[in-house]
Design a protein around this ligand. Sequence first.
Ligand code: SAH
Length: 348
Amino acid sequence: MEKTDIKSMNLEELISYMESIGEKKFRAKQIYQWIHQKGVDRFDDMSNISKALREKLEENTHLTALKKIDVQISKIDGTRKYLFALDDGNVIESVLMKYKHGNSVCISSQVGCRMGCRFCASTLDGLVRGLTPAEMLDQIYQIGKDIGERISNVVVMGTGEPMDNFDNLIKFIELLTDENGLNISQRNLTVSTCGLVPRMKQLADMKLQITLALSLHASNQEKRKSLMPIANKYDISEVIDACKYYVEVTNRRITFEYSLVGGVNDTDEDAKELSALVRNINCHINLIPVNPIKERDYVQSNAKVISAFKNKLEKNGINVTIRREMGRDIDGACGQLRKKYIDRKETT
Ligand code: SAH
């Protein structure tokens, strides 16, 4: 029989579970806090729980605990890239970024990805599976323990398409923002999507206060299709409508991510078309100089082109920033650390 995934349960579910195994209700809260506030990885560390109950839990439930297999630390800005092993042997990566306003963790939502974006390393080997809520949470718990500091911001921008793992994503958000857990404010959480339109609308209707980031990367349907296969399924106009809907329903400003690829989407004409596309949307554009991966021949736009692109958007009254490159001296684009690890394993 498959063991119950106790770290993915909310407090209510844990209460029902405790009752179903003949335990008192208040035990659920104690155990929940051990797992989600104190971050213990073993039932044996739950000192106010009887040995008999700890043994019962050990036998019937599973307490997800990721194992750190590698960490690279940037000498420039303290960014840390972690490689974690899941209990089934799959590996994922997560990143810690240190900012003046606090510690931010970028998590993976899936093992691999099936979206196929042309410039992205995470999708090269396809999708293995979605992560459980516990596996998403534990990236944050383990990093918090590793650095001995509080994590204040979370971005779901690592490997995987979060909207392709929707139910687990929503459960993860519930647990992450729970006052009996890490209690991270919804406003300090960003979820990035390549644009699964029905899921974006579903998320909007939940009226959460999280930030939605939409990976746009092109200002018209043709170009977007050449970079992102998902554009074959949802036309750019439908995606933009879903963004407008999100802003309207939640009253939250949306972020557009735009990876600048040399000679592909970085011309004056692109900037003009982009400005028109997002006009009248309460938004912010985050320009990301593309991080070249060896499997593709995309190159970064040069610095002059990037700043001209930014200026053009600003002149058109658009809020825009260029993403600061964090941890430049350690493994580059998302998914590259994991990919390198898998490739190395396969050749040995
Ligand atoms: N699947 C989600 C979240 C993961 S990707 C999404 O598509 O949004 C996070 C962001 O990094 C996305 O905007 C993605 O398009 C971008 N990205 C991926 N690989 C990149 C690369 N090599 N260079 C620049 N941006 C990249």
